[in-house]
Write a protein that binds this ligand. Structure first.
Ligand code: ZN
Length: 243
């Protein structure tokens, strides 16, 4: 079984479509695993939900998903994100709205725990520090955990000092072995590691590997739609820089 692992699609249909096409062109996949924030920021929330649902899929909710359906207060978001979430809420059909509302915050499948933020706080916590990683390892029962939220790809392993963050190298299958591990596939629709290409991972259960890939997408097209919908200019501009 091969799973396409995506996080933080953020209503960016050009990015998500390019990821799906790129994964199909490599060796294909059997299902999509989504780590949340399908919507928010970008111009195509409904189409991104539909593209996920066109495939076999499993997934969890992120903070933007919950905010867009009124389950999290917009006061917890900065003004750009809140404006985009308010706009997103008006774009969704009842069916798409209900789909977001039914996503769990945490799920376990194939030896992985899926969360958006961290296993300790799936909605808000960023796993970006050693202390958060150490706490995270105490909060899941499976061998491995998949997280998103920071839009930064990494592999994290337990170490003598607690935990160590490692680069998730491109196009190189990582043997998962018996070690415990936290993996972030990076962000599809709004990368923040200074590489504007959409980021994703493939899990291959037979090889027991995870592989990180990046793919270019039509950034000006997404930006044009954001401007047409009068979404915050800052959110359009940052896509070009991957920050
Ligand atoms: Zn996000």
């Amino acid at each position: 079984m091969r799973a396409l692992i995506v996080s933080d699609v953020h209503s960016n249909l050009e990015a998500f479509g390019s990821v799906v096409d790129d994964a199909k062109a490599r060796d294909g996949f059997d299902e999509i695993w989504s780590l949340g924030d399908l919507v928010g920021y970008g111009p195509d929330p409904g189409a991104c939900i539909d593209l996920l649902r066109d495939h076999q899929h499993q997934g969890v909710a992120g903070n933007h998903d919950l905010a867009s359906i009124g389950e999290l207060s917009l006061e917890a978001f900065n003004s750009h994100a809140a404006a985009a979430n308010r706009w997103t809420a008006k774009q969704l059909t009842k069916d798409q709205f209900d789909f977001l509302g039914e996503l769990p915050l945490k799920l376990e499948s194939d030896g992985f725990t899926f969360v958006h933020g961290s296993p300790r706080d799936p909605v808000w916590e960023y796993v970006v520090s050693v202390s958060a990683a150490v706490a995270s390892f105490l909060h899941f029962d499976t061998q491995r955990c998949l997280v998103g939220h920071s839009h930064i790809p990494f592999i994290c392993r337990p170490s003598e000092d607690g935990a160590v963050f490692l680069e998730f190298p491109l196009d190189t299958p990582i043997a998962l072995g018996d070690d415990r591990m936290i993996i972030n596939p990076g962000g599809v629709g709004q990368p923040r590691d200074s590489d504007p290409r959409a980021s994703y991972a493939i899990y291959d259960s037979e090889q027991a590997t995870a592989t990180h890939h990046r793919v270019k997408y039509d950034i000006p097209k997404t930006q044009g739609k954001m401007r047409d919908h009068e979404l915050p200019e800052f959110l359009a501009e940052r896509l070009a820089y991957g920050r």
